[in-house]
Design a protein around this ligand. Structure first.
Ligand code: PLP
Length: 392
């Protein structure tokens, strides 16, 4: 039954002639990296998100790592995130020697549960284990309730990182995700399955000059070329100084050229994604299917990275059978995500089944169905048709 020509993946990139021309232009020029295209991309994304600073890096994973370092996360500290995310949201804490803990999700939107957060913080406060960093994840492109999160966390002085890997182009309270109004740092991913792509790539946005300077320096070995910052007095015209240990996490100009071209379509892409999500919603309702899409709050415009459906009645067996039925009929469904705390690496730290029941339930009740620019109406009808058959 499986046929390569009719297989529909859950997500994929869209590359236009214009994208190709932009990339070729840079490849024919003088700077494949460290040219003008990267600063241009940073400028573009920071103005689009209305953040003061944008720093491009080679992945969102690198962006998360540098963000944690810049905030000063270290051994003995805690980083909290939700279990229903990609492992990178937690791994960034491990890179810095910190301990990881999780806050469960709410079932109807897959986002951090604010009640769980509030209670867990009260408990952590009693034990003197308040986290230094909270990474909130805008799952499927839908912003978390940032104002409420800020209100709950501010009395404990916790740094907030928004993992907006899914959410570029989205809005919260009529303002762009990434403006960092309620957070210290926001991180985007440009992996090909995400909203816009640079193949591999990521971006940090922040309004803090101190964090931006630090991240920029750590991105390139901990080196500064600014004579104003030099410590040695015997400097030469060719001098640069390394002040701390950093990395090579730079984005190339080839990638940034693709990013600039893609970002110029961001508005249209987000509209198209919302349109497709809405079509699914209508079709699910028309056919009276016993499944629901994730909830999106009224004050959020989701970037719609994923179209996630959940069975109205929790039934792991039915979920597994339906998942297999979809795959064997050429519909590329996927579960986003298997909870991070149950990964073997995190189990070694003592996490186990039952720790975060709502995230565990979600894994066995939800999956993403195809949604990407260029997905046709006919293909959407086929997805719904196969779902319909599988649910009979
Ligand atoms: C994709 C993703 C990342 C990592 O992004 P890369 O650019 O591949 O490093 C981190 N967090 C979430 C939630 C993601 O979906």
């Amino acid at each position: 039954m499986l046929n390569k020509d009719t297989y529909i993946p859950y997500g994929k990139q869209q590359i236009t002639e214009e994208d190709l021309n932009c990339v070729i232009n840079i490849m024919k020029g003088s700077h494949l990296t460290q040219g003008e295209e990267v600063p241009k991309f940073e400028q573009y994304i920071s103005s689009l998100t209305q953040a003061k600073y944008g720093i491009a890096v080679n992945s969102a994973t690198s962006a998360l790592h540098l963000s944690c370092l810049a905030i000063g996360l270290q051994e003995g500290d805690y980083l909290w995130t939700t279990p229903n995310t990609f492992v990178a949201s937690a791994n960034c804490g491990i890179y810095c020697g910190a301990k990881i803990d999780f806050v469960d999700i709410s079932e109807d939107d897959g986002l951090i549960d604010l009640n769980c957060l509030e209670k867990k913080l009260e408990q952590a406060n009693l034990e003197g284990k308040i986290p230094k960093i909270l990474v909130v994840v805008h799952l499927a492109g839908t912003s978390c309730a940032m104002a409420e999160i800020k209100k709950i966390t501010e009395k404990y002085s916790i740094a907030i990182i928004e993992d907006a890997s899914h959410a570029i182009g989205g809005q919260y309270n009529n303002e762009p995700v990434g403006n960092c109004k309620y957070s210290d740092i926001c991180v985007f991913s440009f992996h090909p399955v995400k909203i816009i792509t640079t193949a591999e790539g990521g971006m940090v946005t922040t309004n803090s000059r101190r964090l931006a300077d630090k991240i920029r320096k750590l991105r390139t070995h901990g080196i500064t070329k600014d004579p104003g910052e030099f410590i040695r007095e015997d400097n030469y015209p060719w001098s640069y100084e390394q002040h701390e240990i950093g990395y090579n996490y730079r984005m190339t100009d080839i990638q940034a050229a693709l990013g600039n071209s893609q970002a110029s379509r961001l508005g249209e892409i987000v509209i198209e994604r919302n349109r497709q999500l809405n079509s699914y919603k209508v079709l699910i309702k028309d056919k009276n299917l016993p499944i629901s899409l994730l909830k999106i709050p009224d004050n959020v415009i989701s970037a719609v990275h994923l179209a996630v459906v959940q069975l109205d009645e929790y039934n792991p067996n039915r979920h597994l059978n339906l998942f297999n039925f979809m795959r064997s009929n050429g519909i590329g469904v996927q579960v986003h995500y298997s909870p991070v705390h149950l990964q073997p690496f995190y189990r070694k730290m003592g996490f186990r089944e039952g720790d975060f029941p709502k995230a565990e339930k979600y894994e066995n009740n939800a999956f993403s169905i195809p949604l990407f620019p260029g997905l046709t109406e006919e293909q959407q009808l086929r997805v719904i048709d196969v779902l319909h058959q599988g649910l009979k």
